[in-house]
Design a protein around this ligand. Structure first.
Ligand SMILES: Cc1cc2nc3c(=O)[nH]c(=O)nc-3n(C[C@H](O)[C@H](O)[C@H](O)COP(=O)(O)O)c2cc1C
Length: 329
């Protein structure tokens, strides 16, 4: 049976639901071409950081003050930073001219500031959409949750005032009233949310007591949190949703779509298994849908969302008590 794998995400028509998430995998055109060859529906480019853009602005100011490049250090600083921004714009242009799949640019940011003007250059370079990876770790005891949430609203408002391309917000899960915040955020005119970003996690070396980084790559188990929030919120959001974190195979893609995601993002699975694994993932999706008598991806999106199932509390259940009493363990 022929299965239609196409889906729509933030206004982009995708040939299948698998987008490659921001990472080094999407950091150069050669690699993007290889992802396309293996079936990627779209790519989110590796992120540009707010700091990189701000440094560029500072360098331009310095040059205006000195009116020349006489300060060698300043020159080098200007050249390298300018280059990284120009390289990013070139990456967008080259990816757009050499591939047929949608190219989503990405910016990591944590404040509403002068960097926002750069979003316009990203749009002009031809990006099909922009993903904002907004991350504010709520580690400052002086900062309230409300202030942190407001920063999200401010950034979105500013970016929307300079670009017309669709905007996605890659979310963190560090919010106390997550359902309330996410639904309010989805009403700001953004086109999609990504549940969730995955952060560098600290780890301690017992011998040296040095704090380093934990696992760089996700495990499939990490997807259950994404599945929970997708199942609870997808139908309540006023925008599309991409599931991300711990999606390593075709089964996981299908589960996240069934929970309500319009598309998924994959990164770690392809680092661990190689980009060629994408072909297997797509074949697996087609096979499972066919075996279960589905003819299209669209039929399964949201089929197991909280609002569609007979036991919605399954998404809410947080304590293990019932599981243990049911299972006799
Ligand atoms: C090596 C590496 C580089 C990454 N770089 C970025 C980045 O530049 N911007 C970003 O938003 N996320 C970045 N991420 C996070 C991924 O886009 C993704 O959200 C995360 O890895 C969870 O998805 P996964 O479980 O499929 O890996 C990176 C992840 C890895 C492993």
């Amino acid at each position: 049976m022929n299965v239609d794998l196409s889906t729509s995400y933030m206004g982009l028509q995708l040939k299948n639901p698998v987008i490659i998430g921001a990472s080094r995998l999407t950091g150069n055109v050669e690699s993007i071409l290889n992802l396309e060859k293996n079936g990627a529906a779209a790519v989110v480019l590796k992120s540009l950081f707010e700091e990189q853009i701000l440094m560029d602005i500072d360098n331009q100011r310095m040059n205006n003050i000195f009116d020349s490049y006489s300060d060698v250090e300043n020159y080098i600083g200007f050249y390298t930073k300018q280059n990284s921004l120009n390289n990013y714009l070139k990456l967008i242009k080259d990816a757009k001219t050499q591939t047929k799949i949608p190219v989503i640019a990405s910016i990591n940011c944590d404040s509403n500031g002068e960097w926002i003007e750069f979003a316009k250059k990203i749009e002009n370079a031809g990006a099909d959409a922009l993903e904002l990876n907004i991350f504010i770790l709520p580690s400052d005891p002086e900062k309230t949750g409300e202030e942190i949430e407001q920063t999200y609203f401010d950034i979105i408002k500013s970016v929307k005032s300079v670009v017309n391309i669709p905007i996605a917000v890659k979310m963190s899960y560090y919010f106390s009233g997550f359902a309330n915040f996410a639904t309010r955020l989805s009403n700001t005119g953004i086109n999609a949310m990504v549940f969730f970003n995955r952060f560098f996690s600290p780890d301690i070396n017992i011998k040296t007591q040095k704090v380093g980084s934990g696992n760089l790559y996700s495990t499939p188990e990490e997807n259950s949190m994404v599945l929970r929030w997708t199942g609870i919120l997808a139908n309540k959001l006023e925008c599309d949703l991409a599931a991300s974190t711990g999606i390593h195979d075709g089964k996981a893609v299908i589960k996240n779509l069934m929970a309500g995601a319009n598309a998924v993002q994959m990164v770690s699975g392809l680092y661990l298994n190689g980009v060629g694994d994408l072909v297997i993932v797509l074949q697996e999706i087609e096979k499972i849908l066919s075996e279960n008598n589905f003819t299209s991806i669209k039929e399964i999106i949201g089929i197991a969302n909280k609002e569609k199932i007979t036991n919605p509390q399954a998404y809410q259940r947080a304590q293990f008590m019932k599981y243990f009493s049911d299972s006799g363990k």
